[in-house]
Ligand binder design. Structure first.
Ligand code: ZN
Ligand code: ZN
Length: 49
């Protein structure tokens, strides 16, 4: 199995998603499936929690 990368938020979990805003790889816990962006971007844009 190949791991594409490490989550750029927690830097410990395997990244399974890519933020549509910053393009960074993020893990499931730090990716908002509702918006398709990472937690950092979700906060910055004032999007829904
Ligand atoms: Zn993470
Ligand atoms: Zn992002």
């Amino acid at each position: 199995m190949s791991v594409t990368g490490i989550c750029h938020v927690c830097e410990s979990a395997a990244a399974r998603h890519t933020c549509e805003l910053c393009g960074q790889a993020v893990c499931r816990d730090h990716w908002r499936s509702t918006t398709g962006v990472c937690l950092a971007c979700a906060r910055g844009t004032g999007g829904e929690m």
